[in-house]
Write a protein that binds this ligand. Sequence first.
Ligand code: AMP
Length: 173
Amino acid sequence: MPTSYRASNRGDQARSKTVSQSTNTNLSAGEARVGDILSKKGNAIFSIRPQDTIGHAVEVLRDKHIGAVVVVDATGALVGILSERDIVRKLADTPGRTLPHKVEDVMTKDVQTISPNETLVSALQIMTKGRFRHVPVTDDTGLIGMITIGDVVNHRLTALEHEALQLKQLIVG
Ligand code: AMP
C-alpha cells in the first residue's frame, strides 16, 4: 500500500528533543566547567589525616567555615572525606564519646572525584546520584580543590543574572 494511504502511527510523530529541552542546556551557561569555579574560588584545600581525632576535625570545620574536609595520607594522597553528616551520625551512635574517635573510623573511604575539565552539569549529576554535596577536584597531579553544591548553584545564579541583564540591554537598547 502506498504510504499516503496508511493510517498514521504514533511513532510517525516521534521527534527527538529540541536543544532547549535537554537537561544540559537548561542547566549550563555555555558549558561552564568545574575548573571555572576553581579559578574564581581558588585552590585552597583543607585536609586532615586518618589518625586525627573527630575533635580535631570539628575544629577544622568550624575554623575554616566548611562542611566537609578531605582526608589525606602522609604522601598527600586522598584516602577519604569526612563531612558534618558523618559526625552527626557518629554523635547519635556514640553520645558523649564521639570526639576521641579516629577520623578513619568515621570517614567515607570510597571518594568520588571530578576533573576540572568536566561540566558543572556533570558535577551536579554526581552529587545528586551520590546524595552528597562535596566533590574533590583532581587532575593528574592529584588533589587541586573542592567544589560544593553551593558553589555550583552560586555560579549558575550569577550566570542567570548576567543573562537577564543582557536580555534587558537587548530590549532597552
Ligand atoms: P555531604 O552531603 O557532602 O555532607 O555528605 C553526605 C555523605 O556523603 C557523607 O557520608 C560524606 O562522607 C559522603 N560524601 C561527601 N562527599 C563525597 C564524595 N565526593 N564521594 C563520596 N562520598 C562523599
